[in-house]
Ligand binder design. Sequence first.
Ligand SMILES: [Zn+2]
Length: 203
Amino acid sequence: MNAATPCEGTPPGKSNEIVVFMVRRETKCDECGCELFDGELLRLEDNHPLCMKCADLGHLEFLGSGNTALTRRATKHSPLRAVVVRWARARKRYERQGILVTGEAIDQAETECLADEDRRARQRERAAERRKGEDLAYEAATTEKLKELSPVAPRTKPHASQRGPAASIPDQWESPAGPARILISATTDHVRRAASLWGARSP
Ligand SMILES: [Zn+2]
């Protein structure tokens, strides 16, 4: 890679696609010598930066990314198309900024998009509703599956009036930790008392 070119790595896109770079570092067109500043466009031919005019792309107009329908239609109507990319330093990759197509193609695409704007808005709404319905169905299916996996009903403590003969057993005995805890504290008390007696009797 020529150190003077403002491009790094391999740009994205298909091999037959014309790729145009948005200038990041100031450079010059190798053919006409015009200066190319930050944000201007250049094409690399055999590693030589060319301005749009020298690259025979000067008649094309830039259409920024963001409107999928407009981009798709402009691409369809333009006899020549180039993809504009820019090196994103932070992410260390080329990112698509838009396309270069003829002005007529953009006009035609805009007319078509305006003509069916309502229809496309309704399509988007329907798609959003469909996704919402799918989410609810998934939620319901997941809840059912969880019920199948845990067939035991959650344990509820019976009311005192519903208890049988064991009703007189204090609550702490129903907890597994209860008896053990009481036993340990009773033992500790005995040991402490025995130790104090032993200490009192020793010479
Ligand atoms: Zn030039």
